[in-house]
Design a protein around this ligand. Structure first.
Ligand code: OOG
Ligand code: NI
Length: 466
């Protein structure tokens, strides 16, 4: 058991997520505007659909939505990534999934640090999409070794951050005072620095190699790149953005608009031009600008089984064979049409998705189930069919590689796309991380199974009590 005076990792995560949100709101005011817009849309959706409110309440997931967000950072070295893993572990966030972005012309691979388990997720589902620069994909050998030199010299964590992370590991927790300090110290790693740590000349060379390389290598730390609130209606947010002075990308990434949302839909606005200064070799500062940070919104739907995911991937690929969304938005309308046309073959009722084995659900006893006298040895489908048990979709907590690529590309600028040879290398990523990444499907299956076992246990207890 954890020491009684220690703060739970769930609370540290909540505090950190809130602190990060405050900091980003100051740094990027458009993020604050987006938060207000999302809060308004979510309130309207909940008022207009009492059944949704009811379901979110019943699964204990109503509260989390207004606090819910993900962030994204880009790291430079294996040492930074493995230390980041230890830092996130103090907040109950663990690496789930492997994303290879080389296929999309972005020289990184990534994982998502996030809480696992229903209780931790409902407490606060804060997640961070964390990319590691693929230095091996920088073709210019001389530049590559310069990059290695610059990255090796920087320290992205404060001494206090390192010390408190070690303390948390040794004691298996932090007391209130230390937890507070921990949040403050870790926040420093994610802060924006408007002074580059390279010269203009080097910045430009990095930039020519790839805009993302310049973003990772030129600064003292991995400034938070975006923070993404969760909406219950992304189409409403997308169409309301321009009136708030925020121009969204042309198409929403992910599945089309549906009655029963699946996986993840995301939209973003273009990165801001921010002033930075560069130090010359002679020591004088010159001003310039850097474009990397942006805003994003997302809507989350049901987590899909491997079978459901395979169907999703196939339908998306089919659509993109017909119409590939152009970066300038010129064919957005035909893309959206083709997408919804193709996805007609993906069932769009919760019953249909469940019956076809496409999604993950949690189960709970109905009123009838709570009064049942001979139900315990029926299988779960029978229990559902006879009205003893009801089911609710499990939220997808992860990311989608094709969508992530679209998000990267829209904020890096269209000219940034480059042809790298696709070279996923999960083993190398895990070596850098210093741990394996968890398998997302396994994790959802465990949540589903646990809820089925809970139902059975309650039914047996009810019957034994008779
Ligand atoms: C990460 C892009 C991916 C998402 O939500 O899929 C992403 C980045 O720009 O660093 O954030
Ligand atoms: Ni994102």
């Amino acid at each position: 058991m954890q020491h009684p005076v220690f703060v739970s990792s769930d609370d540290i995560r909540s505090d950190f997520s809130a602190a990060m949100s405050d900091m980003y709101r100051n740094e990027v005011p458009a993020y604050g505007t987006l938060m207000e817009l999302v809060a308004g849309v979510n309130a309207e959706v909940l008022d207009a659909t009492p059944a949704l409110r009811q379901r979110l309440k019943a699964t204990d997931s109503l509260e989390r939505i207004s606090q819910e967000r993900h962030g994204a950072i880009r790291l430079g070295t294996p040492a930074e990534l493995s230390m980041m893993r230890r830092v996130f572990a103090v907040m109950g966030m663990h690496p789930v999934g492997y994303y290879d972005l080389s296929t999309a012309g972005v020289p990184v691979h990534a994982t998502a640090f996030r809480p696992v388990g229903t209780q931790a997720l409902n407490h606060n589902p804060f997640r961070v999409f964390t990319s590691l620069l693929r230095i091996d994909l920088i073709g210019d050998e001389a530049l590559r070794s310069e990059v290695e030199g610059v990255l090796a010299a920087r320290r992205i964590f404060t001494d206090g951050a390192v010390e408190l992370t070690e303390k948390a590991e040794q004691q298996d927790g932090l007391n209130r005072h230390d937890a507070k300090r921990f949040v403050t110290e870790i926040l420093e790693t994610f802060r924006w620095h408007d002074q580059a740590c390279v010269t203009v000349d080097m910045y430009q060379r990095l930039h020519r190699q790839h805009r993302l390389v310049a973003d990772v290598v030129s600064f003292k730390g991995p400034h938070i790149n975006h923070l993404t609130p969760r909406t219950l209606d992304i189409d409403a947010v997308q169409s309301a953005m321009p009136a708030r002075g925020i121009e969204p990308k042309a198409v929403v990434e992910g599945p089309p608009t549906r009655r029963c949302p699946i996986l993840l839909r995301q939209t973003s606005f273009k990165a801001l031009d921010e002033p930075v200064s560069f130090k010359s070799d002679a020591g004088a500062w010159t001003t310039g600008s850097h474009t990397a940070r942006f805003g994003e919104v997302e809507q989350r739907g049901v987590a899909l089984t491997p079978k459901g995911r395979a169907l999703y991937d196939r339908l998306l690929e089919t659509t993109r064979k017909f119409v590939r969304p152009a970066a300038d938005g010129s064919n957005a309308v035909s893309y959206v049409e083709a997408l919804s046309q193709t996805f007609q073959s993906f069932p769009d009722t919760w019953d249909g998705i469940r019956a076809a084995g496409l999604g993950y659900f949690t189960y709970s006893l109905t009123e009838r189930g709570r009064e049942a006298d001979r139900a315990s040895n029926k299988d779960i489908d029978q229990l559902v069919a006879e009205g003893f048990v009801s089911f609710a979709p499990i939220v997808y907590e992860d990311f989608l590689p094709v969508s992530a690529a679209g998000i990267f590309q829209s904020n890096l600028g269209d000219e940034a796309a480059q042809d790298f040879v696709a070279s996923p290398n999960q083993r190398r990523f895990e070596t850098a991380l210093g741990a394996g990444v968890l398998d997302e499907f396994e994790h959802y299956a465990v949540m589903e199974q646990a809820s089925i076992e809970d139902c059975r246990r309650s039914l047996r207890n009810l019957q034994a009590a008779e």
